[in-house]
Write a protein that binds this ligand. Sequence first.
Ligand code: HGY
Ligand code: MN
Ligand code: MN
Length: 337
Amino acid sequence: MKPLLFGSHIDSVRGGGNFDGDVGSMSALEVMATLNERGVKTRHPLELVVWAAEESNYGSGLHGSRMAAGLIEKGEFDRVQNGVSKRAAMKKLGGDAERIAEARRAPASFHAYLELHIEQGGRLDRAGIPIGVVEGIVTIDDYDVRVRGFANHAGTTPMAERRDALVAASQVVLAVQQIATGEPGAQVGTVGQMTIKPNAPNVVPGDVEFTVEFRDLDGAKVARLGAALKQHCVDIARATNTEIEVIFTSRHEGASATASVQAAIERAAARLSLRTMRLPSGAGHDAQAMATLGPMGMIFVPSVSGISHSPRELSRWNEIALGADVLLATLLELDAS
Ligand code: HGY
Ligand code: MN
Ligand code: MN
């Protein structure tokens, strides 16, 4: 019998909260302990996983689950962050990029993958519904944008002679906002990280580098948003007499949840007399990497006021417990199928 695989991650973003990933990982441990304590014998082996480095590092996220799924990005181990290559950083933590193939899981090597996670948006909380049944997870495209201008004296360089990289970068940031809001739908676009050089109050910025990400359930739309970004950058470079390089760093393909796993979650919640709501995930998850290997489903619990990736991230303990109950009951439903 193929194993039932379940778990989540425990790493968080800089300035993040205490529930993203942790809820699913700790609940998975609790479920495994409970089944053991009750001496429950399942037909399928149970396999608990806590994924490494789910959050974005070296220009890409879902590290552990992507390696298991064989979704290695071209040259990703040679990418450098804070002067250290990903290869060297892995080595420092006891990993070995040369042996990464050993982390690979074969396609169809599990009966189903199940992940409990906080919603990170506000739909469940607003609706007063304790359990979310994820329909699909967004596609995420990540870019690195490099603006090259000319660093010069802030006092002696006339405005008309400046090649101000930060002015150009600021126009690109506004272009991202305009692109993401320029058509109907739930697409999102974000500039979250930026470095300015030389970053001195009395120097016209010469170089600016920043990240851009676009997300939507429709992968073709996400690609279109990226193409629009490139066009805007051509126009802004010309207008500001700067050079703007748009480097595509990674795509995390979106994934639909498997109907049979969604149905199992709904049967489990019904057994517990819990209301459910189907909804998409605007957040990326290890589950979307696992979906390339086999059946996948996600259970959401409410995030208070939809706040996440923030110290104010909060889920109510009673609702987390209900999520863990549904996780356990769903595993037993899947085990019977
Ligand atoms: O960015 C995300 O959606 C996830 O938290 N990695
Ligand atoms: Mn996160
Ligand atoms: Mn997460």
